[in-house]
Design a protein around this ligand. Structure first.
Ligand code: DPP
Ligand code: ZN
Length: 892
């Protein structure tokens, strides 16, 4: 497929100032009538009106009430063009679409008998012919007609202005959205749903109606989403002075959805996974995710909807910024809840949230940035925009915004945001427009900073320190280098904010004195802007231990030449919770990779005694918050470690991880059991970081104990599984049992299935757990065999994205040792599934396809086998552009 270039942007020749849509909804033949009022754009080169359309049938089209003149209308590869005379025109279009045949879940489709839409990025063209690009902003009026019995609820964007019955058992509703918006923010829902409602006042005293719509029977799972919505509204009012601008705001849960959720104006449509929660079906992590996704979509109302993207290359303008906003919100919420336990508890809750975010970044985004799909947060080209809803655009994009926040301070950042809305409210703009506002509001030159938007690849920062006893000074030399990425061989130095601390021999932070700044604070932000720079700290009586990049102040890989003793020291003393965790992870990584090298060379695996001592110190330090201890005592993710191996080799890595889990579980059996007893949570379930932290630590204890086969640990896991009343404990116990050689795990999996066989969301956990399971004994059948068998389970459906991600996604991404089993059967299975999915749903197929994009990092044996399957997929005719782009780039 041809690439679309960022440099190819041309402004719209015709603006659409109003769009009137009328839907006669029918499962197989929905009739869509649209009336567009077009106005010539005097600022753009003259051109015909260009309307995109895909998989829809054009029944009729008139221009100003008449058939277009002969030759005025032409068919193009992706729609139609109409030559228009004069300064304005009214176009009326009638199309027919078949929602029941739409398996792509993009455009108008059916889910469990209801009608739903998903239009971002380019789904609207699958509904009606339209200038379906984000800079075409129009005022929408929408009329829905549907069968009253099967679709009693009719929703669209904005305000409900009229509704009533029609002949033949049908009814209608008319909605009007007062704010101009691009077509990707259009939505409709016509289904049999029920809602919980709240009326609340905005900061300025306007009463607004909030609704969460779910299927009958799920009302008892919607309260948390509603609470999260109200918290999000309050937070945006307090933090950014941004208020809800509509009279009503709706969230709708749907079971079949490609992504997490969608911020359609006033009518957010959510994957039900990010709405529904009650204690016995949702874990603490589910509760946290729901809160943050509800916030994310709500925050888009300003950062995305009121001010939107000029073109899709600017996607990070709304996504990076909105992810940053939801991360800040969650940190504030968790910190606020934890405050009851004191200031330290609040700080720890915030740090744990930061650790979670960075884990995701380092695992998913760093890998992407080092592979064939590497792209800047603002890409220069794409073949299929759906492939660019990536960890880079979202998570690295959020880190770039965070760096602006760090460099400018909270107040400076807020001033920049205020200026951004004052200049651009109601517009479709670019990333430059945003950064320009930050620069102007703060009187700061951000030209060099803009390189973060244009350069792909994870920068590597190397630090070297030199202490001079005579001058009592410490010189820190930092260098930066960004490796080449596809199409970008050479990189320029970036602006990298580095938060620095220096630790004295007693473990306490030292006051920092730099020539340029003599405040004596214990953490100082320095700005690395050149390829190499030195910073001199003075008044130091001892050689300090540096703690760099505190709070993960920039999305870089930090290469620090630290010996084991220094890592153990920082693991015990670093006052920055993030860096303390990071020291533990670095130490564990070093140990695991050394064990993996031993395993590869068939040497015996022995865990170094110094690491065991450092681990004990961490485990038994009761001054540390349980949530933090759970984070620091968990081994780095297998996928992350694979990425850190010089040549990725899953089998010895798995052997190393198993050996380490067994060792740490066995050696510290008493410590784990003590922690388990001590941190029991009593009373009814509540979603609260203090309780969640204790449950996380206890579940981790069970996991280590089960891995080591400690009898009492397995008994505890069984007991917890037998009488759980919340999913965090129930699933934690089940996961521990599955994470062991204990034969009773099968009975536990069956019992769990019996209890939840009719609960789609809980069943997803059951599928994912088995697909991601390790094999603790040689007799167990291969996980591939199990995955194949589970595809026949009545609860599985290849048509439902959540099921595909739970079963196939977990196997391909979270179980490298089993997926990459030496027989190579995993790759044949992968290719079969990609090809089968591509027939139905290219977006889901492409996500699954991406599981092998980094194949060149693996051993020659693996590369040979994967290469054959990649070629096999590539040779199939009729691949979607989505999958074709991924496979092409992987093979380049
Ligand atoms: N725009 C959506 C979101 O990130 C993705 N479809 O919220
Ligand atoms: Zn978003």
């Amino acid at each position: 497929a041809p690439s679309i270039l960022r440099s190819g942007y041309v402004p719209l020749a015709w603006r659409i100032d109003h769009l009137d849509l009328h839907f006669n909804l029918d499962p197989v033949a929905t009739i869509v009538k649209s009336r567009l009022r077009c106005v010539r754009n005097a600022l753009a080169p003259a051109a015909p009106l260009r309307l995109f359309g895909e998989d829809i049938e054009l029944l009729d089209l008139t221009v100003n009430g008449a058939q277009p003149a002969p030759g005025a209308m032409t068919q193009t590869a992706d729609g139609i063009e109409i030559a228009l005379a004069g300064e304005s025109a009214e176009i009326e279009i009638v199309t027919r679409v078949n929602p029941s045949a739409n398996t792509t879940l993009s455009g108008l489709y059916l889910s469990r008998g209801g009608f739903f839409t998903q239009c971002e990025a380019e789904g609207f063209r699958r509904i009606s012919f339209f200038p379906d690009r984000p800079d075409a902003m129009a005022r929408f009026t929408v009329t829905l007609e549907a069968d009253a019995a099967t679709c009693p609820v009719l929703l669209s964007n904005g305000n409900l202005i009229e509704q009533g019955p029609l002949d033949g058992g049908r009814h209608y509703a008319r909605w009007e959205d007062p704010f101009p918006k691009p077509s990707y923010l259009f939505a409709l829902v016509a289904a049999n749903l029920v809602s919980i409602e709240r009326r609340v006042n905005t900061a300025s005293g306007r009463e607004v109606l909030l609704q969460v719509w779910v299927e009958d029977g799920n009302l008892d799972r919607s309260a948390h989403a509603m609470d999260s919505l109200i918290h999000s509204m309050r937070w945006d009012e307090e933090t950014f002075g941004l208020e809800l601008d509509l009279d009503r705001f709706m969230i709708v849960a749907v079971s079949d959805f490609n992504m997490g959720a969608m911020e359609n104006k006033g009518l957010n449509i959510f994957n039900s996974k990010y709405v529904l929660a009650k204690p016995d079906t949702a874990t603490d992590v589910d509760y946290e995710n729901i809160e943050s996704v509800v916030a994310h979509e709500y925050f888009h109302n300003w950062t995305g909807n009121r001010v939107t993207c000029r073109d899709w290359f600017q996607l990070t303008l709304k996504e990076g910024l909105t992810v940053f906003r939801d991360q800040q919100f969650s940190a504030d919420m968790l910190g606020r809840m934890a405050e009851a336990g004191g200031e330290a508890a609040a700080a720890s809750a915030r740090a744990v949230k930061r650790i979670d975010d960075v884990r995701v970044l380092r695992t998913a985004q760093f890998a992407e940035d080092a592979g064939p799909m590497a792209h800047p947060i603002r890409p220069d080209s794409y073949q299929e925009i759906n492939n660019f809803y990536t960890a880079t655009v979202y998570e690295k994009g959020a880190e770039v915004i965070r760096m602006l926040h760090t460099l400018l301070g909270a107040e400076g950042f807020r001033n920049g945001m205020d200026l951004y809305f004052s200049y651009h409210d109601g517009q479709a703009v670019t990333c430059d427009d945003f950064v320009d506002c930050m620069a102007e509001a703060n009187g700061r030159d951000l030209d060099q900073f803009m390189r973060w938007y244009g350069q792909a690849g994870t920068p590597r920062v190397t630090a070297q320190g030199r202490y001079d006893a005579e001058s009592r000074s410490y010189t820190l030399t930092l260098t930066q280098h960004t490796p080449p990425t596809p199409d970008q061989p050479d990189k320029l130095p970036l602006v990298i904010p580095v938060a620095v601390g220096l630790i004295g021999p007693d473990g306490a932070d030292l006051p920092l004195r730099l020539q340029t700044d003599n405040h004596g604070a214990t953490t100082k932000l320095i700005e690395l802007t050149e390829a190499e720079q030195s910073f001199q700290f003075t008044d130091l009586d001892f050689e300090p231990v540096p703690s760099l990049l505190r709070g993960f102040s920039a999305p870089v890989i930090l290469d620090l030449d630290e010996d084991d003793a220094r890592l153990a020291f920082r693991m015990a003393h670093d006052s920055d919770a993030f860096n303390r965790w990071d020291a533990a992870q670095r130490y564990a990584e070093r140990v695991v990779l050394a064990l993996a090298a031993d395993a590869a060379a068939a040497r015996p695996l022995a865990v170094p005694a110094a690491f065991v001592r450092a681990f004990r110190a961490l485990l038994t330090n009761d001054a540390l918050d349980p949530a933090f201890r759970a984070q620091a005592a968990a081994l780095p993710a297998e996928a992350y470690l694979l990425e850190r191996m010089a040549v990725a080799d899953p089998a010895p890595l798995r052997a190393a991880l198993m050996a380490l889990m067994r060792e740490l579980g066995g050696v510290f059996a008493e410590e784990w059991l003590t922690l388990y007893r001590k941190h029991e949570v009593t009373g009814p379930y509540r979603y609260h970081p203090a309780d969640a932290g204790r449950r996380a630590l206890r579940n981790l204890a069970l996991k280590y104990l089960a891995a080591a086969g400690v009898g009492e640990g397995l008994e505890r896991a069984h007991a917890q599984f037998e009488r759980f009343d919340n999913m965090t404990e129930g699933f934690g116990a089940l996961a521990a049992l599955v994470h062991s050689a204990n034969p009773a795990r099968e009975a536990a999996l069956d019992a769990f299935h019996r209890r939840y066989r009719d609960d789609a969301l809980v069943l997803d956990k059951w599928f994912a757990l088995q697909a991601g399971a390790w094999r603790w004994d040689a007799e167990t059948a291969s996980v591939l065999e199990r995955v194949r068998r589970l595809m026949d389970d009545p609860g599985f459906s290849i048509e439902n994205p959540n099921k595909v991600y739970a079963l196939l996604g977990s196997f391909f991404r979270a179980n490298p040792a089993e997926f990459h089993a030496p027989d190579g059967d995993g790759y044949v299975f992968w290719a079969d599934q990609v090809l089968a999915l591509d027939q139905r749903n290219p977006q889901v197929a492409s996500r699954v396809a991406r599981a092998l994009e980094s194949w060149r990092r693996f051993t020659p044996e693996i590369r040979d086998r994967v290469g054959v399957q990649l070629e096999r997929v590539r040779s199939v005719t009729g691949l979607s552009p989505d999958v074709a782009e991924i496979i092409d780039k992987a093979l380049q």
